[in-house]
Design a protein around this ligand. Structure first.
Ligand code: SAH
Length: 341
């Protein structure tokens, strides 16, 4: 079977090339062709000898995705459905902000977390994506739209911390100045709260932003929304977050999706203030998107503004996330794996 050349970060590619009898510096040349010139075939790598190109063709693939579907929302958000070449498909969403282009990437085909409000739940988990498949989402969109993406968020399908090694490796490629060259502070990993992996991430030498999908302030509430809370409860989660902040000195972003009569009243806001007291953090409030057969309803705008104001008045920086792409099912929690046939 051909190896996907995008599964290697730069250091790994150097070793791989040495193993096949090539010079290390070829790795940088190949990296440049892949991530800066964005070529789709080894034959375009014209500063490599014909023999080497042949060797690459015989042993490796560039894993170029096929676009199965491209939908454009009224606000300009674009949702892609990619054929990832093994009969599976994943969704990736491109959002246009005033500061540039942000890409919401998937980390797995399906998801095991089972969050009750999320459309990725309910379709069987298939497998984790490789690093190459994670970075190819960025390259495919950049090629298709002829743009440079400035922010990458791991908020598509899947739990990035359940595919930790490949996600971290992909971040190394995304962040490398010789790779996709996106600053670590413009890369966010979002997690439902896999506590041991939060401790592990704190030890990595990467400056990406960590987002925690908190969504509730009591274990009773949170376990009803997110089964992972039965494994790692709020207390353990917050303890890991505090450790992360003290080790990295970086701000954590907490995601809080408000559902009507569930987690959206002032008592919730009060508990949230207590829970996050003293932490360097930011709260992102999201009006929950109702999914097919879902039991959670969207909070009204007034409520969400009250909730935000309460947090802001009590020393917690909170903003309401602008909803993008909802008319094409591309907004938060609406992504799902679509079957090919
Ligand atoms: N598994 C990761 C990343 C994918 S979900 C995580 O849980 O963080 C990306 C974000 O969208 C998470 O904060 C998730 O809780 C939120 N989300 C999921 N479904 C949603 C919905 N229906 N409405 C609003 N936000 C939702």
């Amino acid at each position: 079977m051909l190896k996907n050349i995008k599964d290697f970060d730069l250091e790994e590619l150097k070793i791989e090339l040495e193993n096949i009898g090539e010079k290390k510096f070829r790795a940088e040349q190949i990296f440049k062709w892949i991530y800066q010139e964005k070529v789709i075939s080894f034959n375009e790598m014209t500063n490599l000898s014909i023999e080497l190109r042949e060797k690459l063709n015989n042993n490796y693939t560039l894993g170029i995705f096929k676009i199965l579907k491209k939908q454009i929302a009224s606000d300009g958000t674009i949702k892609y459905l990619f054929d990832i070449l093994d009969g599976n498909a994943i969704e990736t969403v491109l959002m246009k902000y005033h500061h540039g282009y942000s890409l919401c990437v998937s980390s797995q085909v399906g998801c095991k977390m089972g969050c009750k409000f999320c459309a990725s739940t309910g379709i069987a988990f298939v497998r984790s994506l490789t690093s190459g498949e994670i970075v190819e989402q960025i390259l495919s969109v950049e090629r298709d739209e002829n743009i440079k993406i400035s922010n990458v968020v791991f908020m598509g399908i899947g739990e990035p911390m359940d595919n930790y090694d490949n996600v971290v490796n992909a971040i190394r490629i995304i962040n490398n100045p010789k790779g996709i060259n996106i600053g670590a502070r413009h890369i966010s990993i979002s997690t439902s709260g896999i506590v041991p992996k939060i401790y592990q991430l704190a030890e990595e030498n990467i400056q990406c932003t960590l987002s925690i999908s908190l969504h509730a302030t009591t274990d009773e509430q949170r376990s009803k929304m997110m089964p992972i809370n039965n494994k790692y409860n709020i207390e353990e989660l917050i303890k890991a977050c505090k450790d992360y902040i003290s080790k990295t000195n970086r701000r954590i972003s907490f995601e809080y999706a408000l559902a009507k009569d569930n987690n959206d009243n002032l008592d919730d806001a009060k508990r949230l203030v207590k829970l996050l007291h003293g932490m360097i953090c930011h709260v992102n409030l999201i009006p929950i998107n109702k999914i097919e057969n879902g039991s959670f309803e969207k909070t009204n705008n007034e409520n969400i503004i009250k909730f935000r104001d309460y947090l802001n008045d009590h020393g917690i920086v909170a903003t309401i996330r602008r909803e993008l792409g909802s008319d094409i099912d591309a907004a938060c929690g609406q992504l799902r794996r679509k079957n090919l046939k």
